[in-house]
Design a protein around this ligand. Structure first.
Ligand SMILES: *[C@@H]1O[C@H](CO)[C@@H](O)[C@H](O)[C@H]1NC(C)=O
Ligand SMILES: *[C@@H]1O[C@H](CO)[C@@H](O)[C@H](O)[C@H]1NC(C)=O
Ligand SMILES: *[C@@H]1O[C@H](CO)[C@@H](O)[C@H](O)[C@H]1NC(C)=O
Ligand SMILES: *[C@@H]1O[C@H](CO)[C@@H](O)[C@H](O)[C@H]1NC(C)=O
Ligand SMILES: *[C@@H]1O[C@H](CO)[C@@H](O)[C@H](O)[C@H]1NC(C)=O
Ligand SMILES: *[C@@H]1O[C@H](CO)[C@@H](O)[C@H](O)[C@H]1NC(C)=O
Length: 492
């Protein structure tokens, strides 16, 4: 009853070939195949594939510990306290253990006295409401009915706090490290490093990172795989942690250059291209619905909203260099008043009054998203959540980030206009955008609306939710990734 080798995902294909010559002589191989066959049978009966990446159609299953196999075949073996099954219907890729780190690596890094956003201090409001921020009650005047209740003044650098909180409450969390597939390191690296980014002392930017790694490397469960089954969340962009690969070797910490970090998966709001351990996750925005009904209500609201302008542009940084592309767009917008809605966050407080940015995004068909200080920004998500269609000017902006989240075909949900062509006058923004018919626009908007659940951080209400948000997509993905790696380590 020889069966063909299990279907595997691409990244393991080459590995498979290289071991093909060895494995058929290995006794555990046949055990594995028998087990696989039973699994495949169960799966074919019971499984409905989830709708989204990461791909879970792989038929490879975890190889159980040998004693489990023995139990299957022999009648009466008594075992003291059998471990719970590694994979269950509720947790198909296993469980997570979250380290209880010394508070110097997380809680102590949070400013205690600064609970609402303040434009002069990026650290404010980070911990409020478990990272979701204070309620944005100002939207009561702007949004109908109860829609404002899903909105919060959320700090854009708070993903490390939100993830930590959500993992502690996760249904697949275990407090027994022996039963874990994956290990979470709740280190607030964004806060630890961010505090020292604008000071000259690079050793301060590295200190917490070094101490944390020293701590975690002493843990029994780190040593087993040298960190490849560990993951964390970093609330600032990747370039703040790669000083040794920075051209001038000046900016940021060297955390992600440290050898011990090379196998650790990290969720980060902007990743380095081609860096497999960096997984980009959406910036936290202010929209955090508590139930699927609030989400659907919002989707209906933005679908029907009357959008009177063609496009909007938000200036988030009022002190731009004179030749900056954003300056060019803002004067263009000023000259096209009937078509463009300009928001100047230097003149109005965009942080504490969300209506300043939300109203124009709701009222425009498209929103212009040039590069900010790095290739991507929170504005991408603010735009899409308001049902406005993103217009990008650089290919690297969002198209090469957020693979787990944004639709694969850029033209299905966005518009691309080359910034060079805008600069030299070959492309006029309004001419490009006016070429799209009402029908085209509607189609793109539907795609944007369909994407929203995956790019937001829902506010779990008593743990009951019926849709997968950005956090769920991240967790499912990393567990799947680590599970597959462990299967291969066992298999070889
Ligand atoms: C199986 O184990 C139980 C409890 O240890 C014992 O009472 C029973 O007699 C055993 N049965 C057989 C068939 O060995
Ligand atoms: C927080 O603010 C209160 C009142 O403004 C002040 O008494 C206290 O010392 C502050 N604590 C810290 C840690 O700054
Ligand atoms: C930082 O250090 C460099 C040289 O090490 C020095 O030129 C510069 O003035 C320093 N900047 C500040 C803000 O201290
Ligand atoms: C982990 O790293 C140590 C030291 O570099 C090495 O001796 C060991 O083989 C590694 N273990 C694994 C599982 O990679
Ligand atoms: C949207 O508009 C359609 C047609 O006018 C209407 O039937 C529907 O109830 C509206 N939906 C919402 C959520 O307002
Ligand atoms: C303007 O820029 C575009 C895109 O880079 C280029 O294809 C085009 O040839 C340029 N036109 C002129 C007149 O420079």
């Amino acid at each position: 009853m020889k069966k063909p080798p299990p279907k595997t995902s691409n990244c393991f294909k080459t590995g498979l070939n290289s071991i093909r010559s060895h494995f058929s002589t290995h006794p555990r191989f046949w055990l594995f195949i028998a087990f696989l066959w039973i699994q495949a049978l169960i799966i074919s009966i019971a499984r409905t594939p989830p709708p989204c990446f990461p791909d879970r159609t792989s038929a490879v299953q975890y190889i159980p510990q040998p004693q489990n196999v023995v139990v299957l075949s022999s009648e009466n073996v008594t075992k003291p306290e059998p471990p719970p099954p590694t994979y269950t219907e509720e947790c198909p890729s296993g469980r997570i253990y979250a380290y209880d780190l010394p508070s110097m690596f997380n809680k102590d890094l949070v400013l205690p006295n600064c609970t609402d956003l303040q434009s002069w201090n990026w650290e404010c409001g980070i911990i409020t409401n478990h990272g979701y921020g204070a309620a944005a009650t100002e939207l009561r005047r702007v949004l109908p009915e109860d829609l404002y209740k899903s909105w919060y003044r959320t700090n854009q650098f708070t993903s490390e706090v939100i993830f930590h909180h959500r993992i502690l409450k996760h249904k697949c969390r275990t407090i027994e490290p022996e039963y874990a597939t994956a290990f979470y390191i709740p280190f607030y690296a964004g806060l630890a490093v961010g505090k020292h980014l604008w000071m000259n002392d690079t050793s301060k930017r590295d200190w917490h990172c070094k101490m944390m790694l020293k701590w975690v490397k002493q843990q029994k469960h780190w040593k087993k795989f040298n960190g490849s089954d560990h993951f964390m969340t970093i609330g600032r962009i990747t370039w703040d942690f790669r000083r040794l690969t920075d051209p001038g070797k000046v900016w940021g910490s060297s955390f992600l250059n440290m050898p011990s970090m090379q196998k650790v998966t990290r969720f980060i709001i902007e990743k380095a291209p081609l860096e497999e351990q960096d997984v980009s996750v959406p910036y936290p925005t202010g929209f955090h619905p508590k139930t699927i009904d609030s989400l659907k209500e919002w989707q209906g609201f933005i679908r029907n909203y009357t959008r009177e302008r063609l496009f909007t542009f938000t200036v988030t940084n009022p002190n731009l260099p004179s030749d900056d592309f954003r300056g060019l767009l803002s004067s263009y917008c000023r000259n096209e008043k009937d078509l463009c809605w300009l928001v100047d966050c230097g003149a109005s407080d965009c942080l504490t009054d969300l209506s300043v940015t939300l109203k124009p995004l709701l009222g425009s068909e498209f929103c212009l998203l040039p590069r900010e200080d790095s290739v991507t920004s929170r504005s991408v998500f603010d735009c899409m959540i308001a049902g406005s269609i993103p217009v990008f000017f650089w290919k690297g902006t969002a198209y090469e980030q957020y693979e787990w989240y944004l639709p694969g075909e850029p033209e299905s949900y966005s518009v691309f206009i080359d910034h060079e062509a805008v600069r030299n006058g070959t492309s006029l923004v309004k001419e490009v955008l006016m070429k799209y018919s009402k029908e085209d626009i509607k189609k793109k908007r539907e795609k944007v609306i369909e994407t929203i659940p995956r790019i937001i951080y829902a506010k779990p209400n008593g743990g009951v939710r019926s849709f997968k948000d950005a956090f769920d997509v991240a967790l499912d993905g990393v567990l799947e990734r680590i599970k597959e790696e462990k299967e291969w380590a066992d298999f070889l």
